[in-house]
Design a protein around this ligand. Structure first.
Ligand code: KIV
Length: 288
């Protein structure tokens, strides 16, 4: 767990539980680097997810499948070095927990212990309940993730809304109950109908955090790069875009290029100098 500082109170799992009890909404966002950790912490976010979405938005992979433990660990460490107050969740990458329970507990331990995360997250419902229980028994808090699970989207018919029929909705509902029973302390509900998300939220004691699951969840999460306009490859329907940081950065670099070409940069204020007399002596010695 990242070390609490004297004057900043760390958000604990018990705080997230009492937010649900009091009906206070939980804010959650992804971050993958030290500066992003500082930015979202300064904004006052409750929970930060070092998501495996980093594969797409930071590393340029096609999807989240190729992300490795080494990449998740390195980015988790960068974020936890920046963050003192928010609860930091580290995402387990595909195939770091799918082979055996022993493998899952070992890798959860690496992200929790070496990454200094406050909890780990993994995708999957009833089929993952035993794994969740084992990680929880080992003393590591687990954030579940059900509905559309991007790591296994190929088995779900692609990036599609899940739980639209009665049978599918019952399956998602049972997944949620199984994960709570297994010891998960909170759940991401991704891309499910808002009516189903509200029913799950009403039934569970643990908080639900939605992404494309409507306003009836206990909290909401978005991918930072989607909501600040840094990732342009595609924008899912459930994203609200609050800024165009990509365009701002392109404009800044264009301006820099212009200043370099026109020799308006660097100015005197960005340069170091020496005494005129010393400069003159140096010129004579070096160039005459
Ligand atoms: O990796 C991620 O960013 C996620 C969110 C979509 C919840 O899992």
């Amino acid at each position: 767990m990242s070390e609490p500082s004297k004057d900043v109170k760390k958000i604990l799992i018990s705080d997230l539980w009492s937010m649900k009890e009091k009906g206070e909404k939980i804010s959650m966002i992804t971050a993958y680097s030290y500066p992003q950790g500082l930015i979202v912490e300064e904004a006052g976010i409750d929970v930060i997810l070092v998501g495996d979405s980093l594969g797409m938005v930071e590393l340029g992979y096609r999807d989240t499948v190729p992300v490795t433990m080494e990449e998740m660990l390195s980015h988790t460490k960068a974020v936890t070095r920046a963050v003192k107050r928010a609860h930091v969740v580290s995402d387990m990458p595909f195939m770091s927990y799918n082979i055996s329970i022993e493998q899952a507990v070992t890798n959860a331990g690496i992200l929790y212990k070496e990454g200094v995360a406050d909890s780990i997250k993994l995708e999957g419902g009833q089929e993952m309940a035993e794994t969740v229980a084992a990680i929880h028994r080992a003393g590591i808090p687990v954030f579940g993730h059900i509905g559309l699970t991007p790591q296994t989207a190929a088995l779900l018919g692609g990036f599609k809304v899940q739980g639209k029929s009665i049978d599918q909705a019952k399956k998602v509902f049972e997944d949620a109950a199984a994960l709570e029973e297994a010891g998960a302390f909170a759940l991401i509900l991704e891309a499910i109908p808002k009516e189903l998300a509200a029913l799950i939220t009403e039934k569970l004691r643990i908080p639900t955090v939605g992404i494309g699951a409507g306003v009836g969840c206990d909290g909401q999460v978005l991918v930072l790069h989607d909501m600040v306009g840094l990732f342009k490859r595609f924008t899912p329907k459930f994203v609200k875009v609050y800024a165009d940081v990509y365009a701002t950065q392109v404009r800044a670099v264009e301006e820099f290029i212009g200043d370099v070409h026109s020799a308006d940069f660097p100015g005197n204020e960005h340069s170091f100098g020496m005494a005129a007399e010393t400069a003159e002596k140096l010129r004579k010695q070096l160039l005459s």
